[in-house]
Design a protein around this ligand. Structure first.
Ligand code: ZN
Length: 409
């Protein structure tokens, strides 16, 4: 059976909405992926082309781990739940996430988490300094190159001229591709705590260890937040990966599959403090509402469900696109055609959105309170319905709670 590109169950009306793919995939998938739903399209709207490309490239790989990853990514954003916290008057959105390193939707959260981790470690250092160690391109599997690079770095750390100057540190692995040769160019980004190492001396030692590589940069870290963010971004997504060939992307993904991104060395860092939660909160399970369930209830004219959807659409605009597509009658101004968002408009016609008054920023807290209010009404309506079900079908004529049975005379 010939397999085509990613299929969709439904598409949004209007012009194409996603950013044009810089390097569309030509690979033919070897496995069938589940079709994408309208909810997924709304959630992944901003990076739909980039996501489609990764899905297609991974589905076309002969490596089972990448095929599995494509399958998992194809399910990303397939359902959304809302956790209602009445005590704190907040609503938490829980989107089903695939957590893949290559998923553009999950990358952001992963990168933020990694940046926070790196920043914490930098702040524990007295004199943070950064070194970038590179090696000459080798005609080797990328995984083997990373392994070799780590081995050489270990040798550098224990060198008698280097060891006394380094207390501890962290390092990440990065890679770029030489467009001329198509070979990977891996490098290590290191942040260490200790004395300054003379660049000339360091270069000489690195050259003697690697037998020929001498590109070394060393400088002080002035802005830990900026440095941590930069490092996290490139570890999660190599800077030039959008222009890589499909085969290069497959090789890279296969090499970094299951690989730890952040490593520490030297004197042990104090463990990360665990956020303490009160025991009651740990035990207490908060009520949740699923978006699919709310949509089903709204389609059956359950008023609080519909009102809750309207508040959700205002609070989370990406979900709004899905909600108003499913229920155009709920839109505050149903006559106005819903065009692309300002973000997409720029991609479609190459210019910014039309000038006009700035869009009002929704008051998140107010909207969450409204969602909570409707959730309460919905729960009350559900309880009332359940009670109705339990009640006797025919009310006793006598006005008693239970019918009176008389023995036949
Ligand atoms: Zn994902």
């Amino acid at each position: 059976m010939a397999r085509g590109p990613i299929t969709r169950r439904d598409t949004f009306p209007g012009p194409p909405t996603a950013e044009p793919a810089p390097n569309p995939s030509l690979a033919v998938p070897l496995i069938d992926l589940p079709p994408q739903t309208a909810l997924q399209d709304a959630i992944h709207e901003r990076h739909q082309n980039a996501r489609d490309r990764i899905l297609q490239v991974f589905a076309a790989s002969e490596i089972e781990a990448l095929q599995k990853q494509a399958f998992r990514m194809a399910g990303c954003g397939s359902y959304v739940d809302f956790e209602i916290d009445s005590d704190n008057q907040t609503v938490r959105r829980l989107t089903h996430a695939c957590k893949s390193r290559f998923c553009p939707f999950c990358q952001r959260r992963r990168s933020q988490r990694l940046a926070t981790k790196i920043e914490r470690l930098i702040r524990l250092m007295k004199h943070p300094r950064t070194i970038v160690l590179t090696v000459k391109s080798m005609d080797l599997d990328l995984k083997a190159q990373y392994r070799q690079l780590a081995k050489w770095f270990r040798k550098l750390r224990i060198h008698p001229d280097v060891r006394p100057h380094i207390i501890n540190g962290v390092y990440t692995r990065e890679a770029t591709v030489n467009t001329r040769t198509g070979l990977f160019h891996p490098h290590l980004h290191i942040i260490y705590d200790g004395d300054y190492l003379a660049q000339k001396r360091l270069r000489y030692i690195w050259h003697s260890i690697t037998k020929g590589s001498d590109i070394v940069w060393i400088q002080d870290v002035h802005d830990p937040i900026k440095m941590a963010r930069e490092l996290a971004t490139y570890v999660i997504k190599p800077a030039d990966s959008d222009s890589w060939l499909d085969s290069t992307l497959q090789q890279f993904a296969a090499a970094v599959h299951g690989m730890q991104m952040l490593h520490t060395f030297g004197k042990k860092f104090p463990p990360e403090p665990v956020a303490e939660k009160p025991d009651e909160l740990k035990r207490q399970k908060l009520p949740t509402f699923s978006l699919t369930q709310l949509a089903w209830q709204a389609s059956r004219d359950v008023a609080p469900a519909a009102a809750m959807l309207v508040a959700i659409a205002a609070r989370w605009p990406d979900l709004g696109r899905y909600i108003y597509h499913q229920f155009p009658q709920l839109h505050p101004d149903p006559e106005t055609p819903r065009g692309p968002t300002s973000e997409t408009h720029r991609h479609v016609n190459g210019r910014g959105p039309p000038r006009g008054p700035p869009a009002a920023v929704p008051d998140r807290q107010k909207l969450e309170v409204e969602i909570l209010r409707q959730a309460k009404a919905l729960t009350a309506a559900k309880v009332a319905k359940e009670l109705q079900k339990c009640a006797p079908k025919q009310a006793p004529k006598t006005g008693r709670l239970f019918p009176v049975y008389r023995e036949a005379s």
